[in-house]
Write a protein that binds this ligand. Structure first.
Ligand code: HEC
Length: 149
């Protein structure tokens, strides 16, 4: 009897431990993907301020933000979206895992448009940069509208 109780207590402890581990793996994934998103956002916000005239246009700074956004878009953020990784801290929608192919395409669109932004920024043509910035930022919204709360 005592032995059964000890075994049961042990099994319960194991279950609790593995649940806690799963929780912390999901939390770590959420931290990673939100961290990447915040790197995107830092660069997009700086470029948006220049594009809108809220900050003086600084070509070198714009080029640098475009490059950093592209570098961040090159990180495999999709790895940060394992199944069952919606936590209290997360704004991810279940649609991500129901439409994974579309989610991947939205990430590919960001990569493509950000890379184009680097090219256009190299030309120094402000009007073209603003236009391409709009397309790039549009890919953020394109994914958030369907996949983020
Ligand atoms: C492939 C889809 C996708 C693309 C593209 C995308 N996002 Fe996100 N973003 C998400 C999802 C999903 C979340 C919610 C993540 C979570 O909370 O678990 C999110 C969350 C965020 C957050 C909140 C982060 C936090 O700390 O809670 C910011 C800011 C953000 N995105 C900015 C951007 C910007 C800027 C871009 C474009 C340069 C962008 N995102 C492109 C899917 C995307």
């Amino acid at each position: 009897m005592l032995k059964t109780q000890t075994l049961l207590a042990g099994a319960c402890a194991l279950l609790v431990a593995s649940a806690a581990q799963a929780e912390s793996a999901a939390e770590a994934a959420v931290d990673f993907r939100q961290g990447v998103m915040n790197v995107y956002s830092w660069n997009v916000t700086a470029m948006r301020r220049m594009a809108r005239g809220d900050a003086p246009f600084d070509l070198a700074a714009f080029q640098s933000h475009a490059k950093d956004l592209t570098a961040a878009a090159g990180l495999d953020v999709l790895k940060g979206f394992p199944e069952d990784s919606v936590t209290d801290e997360s704004d991810a929608r279940d649609e991500i895992w129901l439409n994974w192919g579309t989610f991947e395409e939205r990430h590919a669109a960001l990569k493509e448009q950000a890379a184009k932004l680097v090219e256009v920024a190299a030309s120094g043509d402000q009007a073209a940069m603003k236009e391409q910035f709009g397309k790039t930022a549009g890919t953020c919204k394109g994914c958030h509208d369907d996949f983020k709360n």
